[in-house]
Design a protein around this ligand. Structure first.
Ligand SMILES: Cc1cc2nc3c(=O)[nH]c(=O)nc-3n(C[C@H](O)[C@H](O)[C@H](O)COP(=O)(O)O)c2cc1C
Length: 143
């Protein structure tokens, strides 16, 4: 069974709602998924996974520091060729998502799901189905 990990940060819960719906989408098509907040994630957690999915909202045109720090730690894991995807809630500019996916693509050389998933906080409430579909799309790359 393919394995994925969804690692996220959030301040007010919107990105967490997205993370849970993406997890549900992955599970629905038979992927073994672990959902973790970035603070409680270690590099060892990435060892046996086929896909790494990162989620972070944008604050002051940037990622939250915990996710930034984790990206430095991720450099120690061998992620080359593994499937990667990025998502996050935002208000008007949403830079965090591209920052994560750029790092995953150019530094970790991951096989990225090209269309990242950014969602305005106000859209998350009605956007859970879209997040689920994103999870299924990631799963599709694993087959
Ligand atoms: C102090 C503050 C700064 C913010 N800065 C940005 C920003 O630079 N760009 C942006 O797109 N959204 C910005 N936002 C909006 C958040 O990204 C948005 O509310 C998002 O849904 C929060 O997601 P979360 O609930 O997962 O933390 C900001 C919000 C606050 C409260």
């Amino acid at each position: 069974m393919a394995k994925a990990i969804v690692i996220y940060e959030t301040a007010y819960g919107y990105t967490e709602t997205m993370a849970k719906a993406i997890e549900a989408g992955l599970k629905e098509v038979g992927v073994d998924v672990e959902l973790k907040k970035v603070m409680s994630t270690e590099v060892e957690d990435l060892k046996d996974v086929d896909a790494v999915v990162l989620g972070c909202p944008t604050y002051h045109h940037d990622m939250i520091t915990t996710m930034k720090t984790f990206l430095f730690k991720m450099k120690k894991a061998d992620l080359k060729g593994k499937v990667g995807a990025a998502f996050g809630a935002y208000g008007w500019s949403g830079e965090s998502v591209e920052m994560m996916s750029d790092t995953m693509k150019h530094i970790f050389e991951m096989d990225m799901i090209e269309q990242d998933l950014r969602m305005k906080g106000t859209e998350v409430v009605t956007g859970e189905e879209e997040c689920k579909e994103f999870g299924k799309k990631i799963a599709g790359r694993l087959k």
